[in-house]
Design a protein around this ligand. Structure first.
Ligand SMILES: [Zn+2]
Ligand SMILES: [Zn+2]
Length: 202
C-alpha cells in the first residue's frame, strides 16, 4: 500500500510537519463485539506537533443515522443538534459518512454511550490536545483558524507545496483502545480481522 502526504507549516517560524496519510484503524472491544472507529488530526500539546487522534463521532449523529435506517421515512425525527460534544472535531480531509451495517451502528452507539473521556493522541496517549478547524484562505491554502503556534504564527497547509513523495510499503495498522481511550496494543491488520465486520443484521 502507498499513501500521500502534505506539509503543514507555520507562517511565523520554521515549524514544518510532514503529515503522512498512514492507514490506521482504531478498534475497541465492547462486550463480545468489536467497534471500529476513525481518526482525525489535531495539535497534541504533549507531542507539541500535529498528530493523529481518535475521532469520536457525536452520539446524536449516530442515533440519528440509526433512526434513519430503521424507521420509515415518515417517522424520522429532525435532530435538535448534531454539534460535537468535544468541540470542533469536524471531519477533516476525508469523508466520515458511516457505511457499516445496522449491527455495527448499534454497537457504535453502545460504545459511544460508554465512552466519556475526550479524544486521545494516538502517539503519546494524552488527552491534552487542541482540536483544530481548517479554513480555506486561497485556492490552494488552508489555515488552522482556531489555533496559534507557540511563536504566535498560524499553521498553514499549502497544496501547491507538494512534498512530491509517495510513501510505499505501508501496512494498515490497528490501534486497540479500551473504553476510556487508553492504547492497549498496536498491530498490523491481519486478513482474519476482516471477519470481524461480517456481523449479521438484526
Ligand atoms: Zn511557529
Ligand atoms: Zn501526543
Amino acid at each position: 500500500m502507498s499513501t500521500d502526504s502534505i506539509i503543514i507549516r507555520c507562517n511565523g517560524c520554521d515549524y514544518r510537519h510532514h503529515e503522512i496519510f498512514a492507514p490506521i484503524t482504531i478498534k475497541c472491544r465492547v462486550g463480545d463485539d468489536i467497534v471500529t472507529y476513525d481518526h482525525t488530526t489535531a495539535w497534541c500539546n504533549q507531542c507539541a506537533t500535529i498528530r493523529y487522534i481518535e475521532f469520536l463521532p457525536d452520539l446524536a449523529e449516530l442515533q440519528f443515522e440509526y433512526d434513519r435506517r430503521v424507521r420509515p421515512l415518515s417517522a424520522q425525527p429532525i435532530p435538535k443538534s448534531v454539534d460535537c460534544k468535544f468541540g470542533s472535531s469536524k471531519p477533516l480531509l476525508r469523508s466520515r459518512r458511516y457505511g457499516g451495517n445496522i449491527k455495527d451502528l448499534k454497537n457504535r452507539i453502545i460504545w459511544r454511550q460508554a465512552r466519556h473521556t475526550p479524544p486521545h493522541c494516538l502517539t503519546c496517549g494524552t488527552a491534552d490536545i487542541t482540536l483544530v478547524d481548517y479554513e480555506a484562505i486561497s485556492g490552494s491554502e488552508l489555515i488552522l483558524k482556531n489555533f496559534r503556534h507557540s511563536c504566535g504564527g498560524a499553521l498553514v497547509i499549502d497544496y501547491k507545496e507538494d512534498p512530491g513523495i509517495r510513501f510505499c510499503g505501508f501496512k494498515k495498522s490497528v490501534v486497540w483502545m479500551d473504553i476510556d481511550g487508553n492504547i492497549l496494543d498496536v498491530s498490523e491488520e491481519k486478513d482474519e480481522d476482516a471477519e470481524v465486520y461480517d456481523l449479521p443484521e438484526f
